[in-house]
Ligand binder design. Structure first.
Ligand code: LLP
Length: 406
């Protein structure tokens, strides 16, 4: 159970001191997940690049960097955060379908491991940026392997017809062009088939296609060093710690013994179980035949239920005895899509009670907003059995208007 990482006494202390809503992270759960990747993949010894988009809080990033992880970034802002958190530039890779020229230059100046390009035009922009800096840019191409990962359609990225990557044919043209350029150095190939992928089979299929392509390229004189299989390993929508062992078998089955350095870009499977959203009951009410619990967290804090239909488990802090009823847990935002969970069985919580929305460490805070002029939540890190610290203060009403100009 994930909730064992979040002792009620600490949650109550956090709510009293930092207020609610608050994201609460467990240092030990985060480290456990980072290490579970290392254990599962020990035979392959890949480079793990934590996908910052899942949760870019500096305290978590610093932990990943200390564990020897690299970073996968998708914007200049994430690159800035990654460098600031202590990730080594030579372990950072830069992905994304629309990197600007400024971002490409920033990446090259920072000395990253490589850039995952997603179009011929981007490769030309990268070449131009490298020529300007009089260097040769380490290039990897994001290839769309045309594999269906069977996940939510908004987070399916490895099917042809989507905006991501290029086909194998186009990739071959890019590599042949890059091989003849003074300012491009082809070093790797990548795919990322989607997110919240719950089966290893699509990885085995995509990795097989990528492996065969890398062999074909070598026959044409382009020798790559890195095979990057992206991120996307899923989290069961329940209170569990995801295990990457099946993923390791699928990837190892293709790339083990090839001499290629494998790269993985996990985000969710590392960050989701380490975080929970702590919220307080404001009101209870009935509407038609439904029971509602109105809490102080809303869709601006956790948008996943509204956008992806995600089902985050909800637990009463400290538990509560008594007959259970079915509740919809909703926030104060003026939209019917503003719910954190629907049809949850709970003993009736008292007004002011604390609830914990679990498995929310990934794409929770990082997708939060100030919608309805709600300051973003505080973030706290549990560092030991009875210790915690604030790792981002709650925004204030002043923060809401701080950047506006008259
Ligand atoms: N690498 C690339 C190139 C990606 O686009 C992503 C996620 C990852 C790695 C990390 O994938 P992960 O291991 O976290 O699944 N907001 C959505 C998820 C979007 C994922 C986007 N790309 C959600 O809340 O479910």
């Amino acid at each position: 159970m994930l909730s064992r990482y979040f002792p009620p006494s600490l949650l109550k202390a956090i709510a009293a001191k930092a207020g609610t809503p608050a994201y609460v992270y467990s240092r030990s759960a985060f480290l456990r997940q980072l290490r579970s990747y290392k254990t599962a993949f020990r035979a392959l010894a890949p480079l793990f690049c934590y996908a910052l988009k899942a949760n870019s809080n500096g305290a978590l990033c610093a932990l990943a960097a200390c564990e020897g992880w690299g970073a996968d970034v998708v914007s200049g802002g994430e690159l800035y955060r990654a460098l600031r958190a202590g990730f080594k530039p030579e372990k950072i890779i830069f992905s994304g379908v629309g990197k600007t020229r400024e971002e490409l230059e920033y990446a090259l100046r920072s000395g990253l491991l490589f850039i995952n390009a997603e179009s011929f035009e981007e490769v030309l922009a990268l070449e131009e940026a490298a020529a300007k800096l009089k260097i040769s840019a380490p290039l990897s191409v994001r290839i769309n392997p045309d594999v269906d990962p069977h996940t939510h359609r908004y987070i399916t990225t490895g099917k042809l017809g989507g905006k991501f990557g290029v086909s194998f044919e186009e990739a071959q043209k890019i590599y042949m062009y890059a091989a003849g350029s003074r300012h491009l150095r082809p070093v790797g190939a990548q795919f990322h088939i989607g997110s919240q992928v719950r089966s290893a089979a699509p990885y085995a299929r995509a990795a097989g296609r990528l492996g065969a392509f890398i062999v074909r390229l070598a026959a044409r004189g382009v020798l790559l060093k890195y095979a990057d299989v992206g991120g996307g390993w899923g989290v069961k929508e329940g209170a569990e710690m995801p295990d990457p062992a099946a993923l390791a078998r699928a990837v190892g089955g293709v790339f083990g013994g090839t001499g290629l350095k494998v790269i993985l870009e996990p985000g969710r499977s590392v960050a989701a179980p380490c975080g929970a959203l702590l919220t307080k009951v404001i009101y209870r009410k009935r509407g038609g035949d439904k029971n509602f619990i109105v809490v102080d967290a809303a869709m601006n804090d956790l948008i996943r239920p509204a956008v992806y239909g995600a089902k985050h488990p909800v637990a009463a802090v400290g538990g509560k005895r008594g007959p259970r009823k079915k509740y919809d847990i909703v926030g104060p935002v003026c939209e019917s899509g503003d719910f954190l969970a629907k049809g949850v069985w709970l003993a009736e919580p008292s007004n002011g009670a604390l609830l914990l929305v679990l498995s929310a460490g990934a794409y929770g805070f990082s997708m939060s907003s100030q919608y309805n002029s709600r300051p973003r939540a505080a973030e706290a890190l549990i560092t030991g059995p009875s210790s915690w610290r604030l790792v981002r203060r709650r925004e204030t009403w002043k923060d809401l208007v701080a950047l506006e100009l008259p």
